[in-house]
Design a protein around this ligand. Structure first.
Ligand SMILES: [Zn+2]
Length: 418
């Protein structure tokens, strides 16, 4: 049986092995979509929200959410995210091409295809290394990539899109995808598409997925939202790739997106896997990631974060302290909604002037997002760091810009920093 091409609605079986043995780890309540921000006018209207639970499969150890929202609604045309936005992220995305060139041999005029290529930042890396490049990106950010000279097809990647590409281009030497195994609901169509486009002999398929070990170790439950349908240990990734005839030949942990796992696979059965693959699997097993106990402990910790953070903020509020949020990444929407941190607690969220989110409001919690200059001018007593996974940098930047108040770091444990 192939993996499922998901339909919107409640998930009743494991998305990759189809087992019915899935159980609940966390219930995060209902949440709006994190990249569907509200306008001022929307605040007076009925607001959509969806159930958000984290489930685990007893059979293949996949972690997944319990509810699928239509991809077209999640990755709508005006999706506000640009991957090239920071220098750090740009460098991290360019590492993928450096890794590929260092470790594998390619044809004379190699082709690299990136699935979910956003503004083309990752492909720029390949282009710099002499590759022909092609991006596939469903949102309007594709236009931006094309303007920059990164050829991009504005479509969802599936088997149908793969057929169109196949007619016009050579077989791909490299296919990359960051977070596609989390984002795309049509996994079966995705895998068949990749299989049909990749060079069968020397082609490599590199995926980078947010790593479940980081999500548990570092209390990153805020990265659970409807864009992320699945979270992976290495074991279920191997299961998924094997199912489509791919052999996993390398795996490594990388810092991207607060802790990812990069997995390289090929259709060529003669290539020997590197020892990293077994090492990581052994670690996952040794540290209990295949057992239920680990997840029970995790759920308990998440609940205590909710209680402690909420208490901390209400205490400050009762003392009439001013609190602003800082940064509004997708994950902040889950944190705010789950911990019930609304516009009654937080005055506004400060974002850099170039953000596409300015003057919008967070779904569910209705906090206005404004230019950080306002925050520097008004000096709130506390700054709640919502992009806490880049916490040190964020704090340093704000100090440099002249913020004098205190910081609140919500995770992994809520704490106040002077
Ligand atoms: Zn499963």
């Amino acid at each position: 049986m192939s993996v499922s091409d998901l339909k919107p609605g409640v998930i009743k079986e494991c998305q990759i092995c189809r087992s019915k043995k899935i159980y609940e780890i966390l219930d995060l309540g209902h949440s709006g979509l994190c990249d569907s921000l509200l306008t001022k006018n929307d605040l007076n209207k009925f607001e959509k929200s969806y159930p958000l639970k984290l489930l685990k499969c007893r059979n293949c150890h996949l972690l997944q959410i319990n509810y699928v929202v239509d991809n077209k609604e999640v990755f709508h045309l005006d999706y506000p995210y640009k991957s090239g936005i920071t220098k750090t992220l740009k460098d991290l995305l360019h590492n993928t091409s450096k890794y590929a060139v260092k470790n594998y041999k390619f044809s004379k005029k190699p082709l690299a295809i990136d699935i979910g290529s956003n503004d083309g930042t990752l492909l720029e890396g390949f282009k710099n290394q002499g590759f022909k490049v092609l991006g596939v990106e469903p949102t309007n950010i594709a236009k931006l990539a094309n303007k920059k000279g990164i050829k991009t097809i504005q479509k969802f990647f599936d088997n149908k899109t793969a057929r169109i590409i196949k007619k016009r281009y050579q077989k791909a030497d490299v296919i990359t995808g960051t977070n596609i195994f989390a984002h795309i609901n049509k996994l079966d169509s995705l895998m068949n598409g990749v299989k049909s486009l990749i060079d069968r002999k020397n082609g490599i398929f590199i995926t980078e997925s947010h790593y479940a070990v980081n999500i548990l170790d570092e209390m990153q439950f805020d990265s659970i939202y409807h864009e992320h349908l699945r979270f992976y240990l290495l074991k279920p990734l191997i299961y998924l790739l094997n199912k489509y005839g791919f052999k996993v030949i390398d795996a490594s942990r990388i810092p991207n997106y607060a802790g990812s796992i990069r997995v390289t696979a090929t259709l060529n059965k003669n290539i020997k896997p590197k020892t990293n693959v077994k090492k990581i699997i052994d670690q996952e097993k040794k540290r209990g990631f295949y057992s239920e106990k680990k997840y029970k402990q995790y759920a308990k910790k998440v609940i205590s974060v909710r209680k402690n953070l909420s208490e901390m903020l209400w205490k400050l509020k009762l003392k009439r302290k001013k609190i602003a949020g800082v940064g509004c990444p997708g994950r902040s929407i889950t944190l705010l909604a789950y911990c019930n941190i609304t516009n009654q607690l937080i005055d506004y969220i400060a974002e850099q002037a170039s953000s596409l989110k300015l003057n919008m409001f967070t779904p569910s919690t209705h906090i206005k997002i404004i230019d950080e200059k306002y925050m520097i001018k008004n000096q709130p007593d506390y700054a709640l760091i919502l992009s806490w996974h880049y916490g040190k940098n964020v704090m340093k930047n704000l100090r440099n810009k002249g913020y004098k108040g205190k910081f609140i770091m919500p995770l992994p444990k809520p704490r106040i920093l002077n």
